[in-house]
Design a protein around this ligand. Structure first.
Ligand SMILES: *[C@@H]1O[C@H](CO)[C@@H](O)[C@H](O)[C@H]1NC(C)=O
Ligand SMILES: *[C@@H]1O[C@H](CO)[C@@H](O)[C@H](O)[C@H]1NC(C)=O
Ligand SMILES: *[C@@H]1O[C@H](CO)[C@@H](O)[C@H](O)[C@H]1NC(C)=O
Ligand SMILES: *[C@@H]1O[C@H](CO)[C@@H](O)[C@H](O)[C@H]1NC(C)=O
Ligand SMILES: *[C@@H]1O[C@H](CO)[C@@H](O)[C@H](O)[C@H]1NC(C)=O
Length: 483
C-alpha cells in the first residue's frame, strides 16, 4: 500500500526562491529604513475585567518608546497644540524618570529637537507614548472629582496616578494649550499639572483613555507569491474492503470516515491585540473563517464518504482513501479593520506571515477484484484501450443471468456525506489563477462523476491500482479528484 508519499507537486516558481543575496539585500534595506531600534516599554491601562474592577493590564496597542529623534513622532500620541505667533505644532505625551518615579508631561521643541516638559523642567532623556498599530483609539475624556475613580482605559503613569491634562490658564497663543500631568487618586482625586513652574491641582480636567477594539477583520489579503512555500504530503486517510458474500451480482457499500487537522495562523503584528476575535475574508471564500488574532488555531475536521461497487458473488475489492495534506506558508499583506464599541472602525495595512494546513484532493485508490475465498485476482478480460472506453458505460447495465463470466471491471463510486471540510484552499486558488504553469492539472470533468473502473488489466504483483500506475487509460480514470 502507498502511504505518506511526499510529493512536490508545485512548480518551482511557487517555491521559495530567496537567495542569500536577496536576503542580504533585504537586511540592508531594513537597516536603512529604521535608523536605530528605540527601546520600548510596556504601557499599563486600567481595565474593568469581569473578575475584578480595577485591574491594570498591559496595553496591546500602546508602548513607551525612548526618544531618539523627531522621526519617531509619526506614531506619538498627541496631547495638544503648541501655538504662538510664530510657531504651531502638536505636542506629544511623554514621561521622565525622576528619582525612579515616572512623571508625565508633554513635548515641546527646542530648535528641531524635542524635550519633555515635566515637573517644570525641560528634560532631554524621556519616553514618548506611541500608538504603534494605530488600531487602539486614544482620546481625552472629561473628568471631574465627582466622576468617582479612574475611568476604564486610563493609562497608568505611576503608583495610583494616570495621565491627565488641564487647559493652560494663560489662554490661546501662549505656547502649549494644555499642560500635561496626572490624575492623582488621593482623596476624591485631582488633576495635577505644572503651570508656569508651579504645581496646580484641579477638581476637573481630562484623562487620556485607550479604547481597545472588540474585534478585527482581515480583508484584501495578498500573498507574496515568490516567497510562498507549499508542501504537500499524500496521506492515507482510511482503508476498507467491499465484498459480496451473497449469491447475486449486487452493489456493495462501505462507509469510510476519517479526520484531519486544519490549522491556520495569521501571524502577529505590532500594535494588534493578541487573542481578539478576527474574521478572515479570503477572496472567493463564501464565509469568513474566525480566529483569535495571533493565536494558532487548529480544528479536527471529520469527513465521511460512502464507497460502492457492483460485485459478483464471492468477490471483493480493497479500497483506500488518500488525501493531500498541504502546508502553505507565505508572507502576506492585508487590510486589518478594527471595530470598537459604539464608534466607527479604523483600518490599516499590515504585513505578517501566514501558515495554513489543510486537506485537499481526497481520492480513491483500489485493488483489482479478487476472490474472497483464496485471494486470487479475478481475471477480467484485458481489453484494449478502445474497447475499455466503451465498457465504461456498459459496466453498470450488465444484467445477471449467468453467475460468473466476469469480463468487465466494476464501476466504483464514492459519495460524500455530511459536512465537507477538505478541498483546495481559496488562497492557493488565487495563487494559481495568475500562474501559467498548473502542475497538478486534473481533468475537470472527471471530478464531477466520482466514479472509476477497477481491475483494469493489472497483474497480480501490481495488485494496488494506484496513481503511480502509468500510461494506461486506467490511470487517468483512477486519478479522480473529489472536489
Ligand atoms: C465594570 O464591568 C461590570 C461588568 O463586567 C459592570 O457592571 C460595571 O458597571 C463596569 N464598571 C465600569 C466602571 O465600567
Ligand atoms: C506527512 O503526514 C504524516 C501523517 O499524516 C506525518 O506523519 C508526516 O510527518 C508528514 N510528512 C511531512 C513531510 O510533512
Ligand atoms: C486486500 O487487503 C488485504 C488486507 O487488508 C490484503 O491481505 C490483500 O492482499 C489485499 N488484496 C489485494 C488484491 O490488494
Ligand atoms: C479461487 O477461488 C475461485 C472461486 O472459488 C476459483 O474459481 C479459483 O479457481 C480459485 N483460484 C485458485 C488459484 O485457487
Ligand atoms: C466539461 O463538460 C462540459 C459539459 O458537461 C463541457 O461543456 C466542457 O467543455 C467540459 N470541460 C472540459 C475541460 O472538458
Amino acid at each position: 500500500m502507498t502511504k505518506n508519499k511526499n510529493q512536490t507537486l508545485l512548480s518551482s516558481n511557487m517555491t521559495c526562491t530567496l537567495t542569500i543575496y536577496s536576503c542580504l539585500l533585504g537586511l540592508l534595506l531594513l537597516v536603512m529604513v529604521t535608523p536605530s531600534e528605540a527601546t520600548v516599554h510596556s504601557v499599563f491601562t486600567y481595565k474593568n475585567a469581569s473578575t475584578q474592577l480595577g485591574q491594570v493590564v498591559t496595553s496591546s496597542t500602546l508602548v513607551w518608546e525612548t526618544y531618539d529623534g523627531p522621526w519617531q513622532m509619526q506614531f506619538a500620541v498627541e496631547g495638544g497644540k503648541y501655538v504662538t505667533a510664530d510657531e504651531h505644532y502638536p505636542i506629544f505625551v511623554c514621561r521622565v524618570n525622576i528619582d525612579g518615579m515616572h512623571t508625565s508631561g508633554h513635548t515641546e521643541k527646542i530648535q528641531q529637537k524635542h524635550v519633555c516638559k515635566a515637573e517644570g523642567k525641560n528634560n532631554e532623556n524621556f519616553d514618548v507614548l506611541m500608538n504603534k498599530g494605530h488600531l487602539g483609539k486614544i482620546g481625552w475624556r472629561q473628568w471631574t472629582k465627582f466622576t468617582a475613580g479612574v475611568p476604564v482605559g486610563a493609562i497608568r503613569i505611576g503608583e495610583d496616578s494616570y495621565i491627565g491634562r488641564h487647559k493652560d490658564a494663560a489662554g490661546e497663543h501662549h505656547g502649549a494649550d494644555y499642560n500635561l500631568g496626572s490624575l492623582e487618586l488621593t482623596g476624591l482625586g485631582k488633576i495635577r499639572v505644572m503651570e508656569q513652574q508651579e504645581e496646580r491641582n484641579y477638581d476637573e480636567g481630562e484623562v487620556l483613555i485607550e479604547t481597545e477594539p472588540v474585534r478585527y477583520e482581515l480583508r484584501d489579503i495578498k500573498l507574496d507569491r515568490l516567497r510562498t512555500l507549499i508542501r504537500d504530503n499524500l496521506t492515507e486517510l482510511a482503508t476498507g474492503q467491499l465484498e459480496n458474500l451473497g449469491d447475486t451480482y449486487n452493489t456493495m457499500e462501505k462507509v469510510m470516515s476519517y479526520s484531519f487537522d486544519q490549522l491556520q495562523y495569521w501571524g502577529s503584528h505590532e500594535g494588534v491585540a493578541r487573542g481578539l476575535p478576527t474574521k478572515i475574508y479570503e477572496k472567493d471564500a463564501s464565509t469568513p473563517s474566525e480566529i483569535n488574532w495571533a493565536l494558532k488555531r487548529g480544528e479536527k475536521r471529520p469527513e465521511t464518504k460512502v464507497v460502492s461497487a457492483k460485485l459478483w458473488p464471492g468477490t471483493a475489492i480493497n479500497v483506500t482513501l488518500l488525501g493531500n495534506y498541504v502546508t502553505l506558508e507565505a508572507p502576506y499583506s492585508a487590510k486589518l479593520f478594527a471595530y470598537y464599541h459604539g464608534s466607527e472602525s479604523v483600518s490599516r495595512k499590515i504585513s505578517a506571515e501566514l501558515r495554513k494546513s489543510y486537506l485537499k484532493d481526497v481520492k480513491l485508490e483500489f485493488s483489482p477484484v479478487f476472490w474472497i475465498e483464496n485471494g486470487t485476482i479475478v481475471p477480467t478480460t484485458t481489453t484494449t484501450s478502445t474497447t475499455s472506453t466503451s465498457t465504461t458505460t456498459h459496466a453498470t447495465t450488465t444484467s445477471t443471468n449467468e453467475p460468473v463470466p466476469i469480463n468487465e471491471p466494476p464501476l466504483v463510486e464514492i459519495k460524500h456525506v455530511g459536512d465537507k471540510h477538505s478541498g483546495p484552499d481559496t488562497l492557493e486558488k488565487t495563487l494559481q489563477k495568475s500562474n501559467e504553469v498548473n502542475a497538478h492539472e486534473a481533468p475537470e470533468n472527471m471530478s464531477s462523476k466520482d466514479a472509476a473502473l477497477a481491475g483494469f488489466g493489472l497483474s497480480p504483483n501490481n495488485a494496488a491500482a494506484s496513481l503511480s500506475v502509468g500510461g494506461t487509460i486506467g490511470t487517468l480514470l483512477l486519478t479522480l479528484l473529489l472536489l
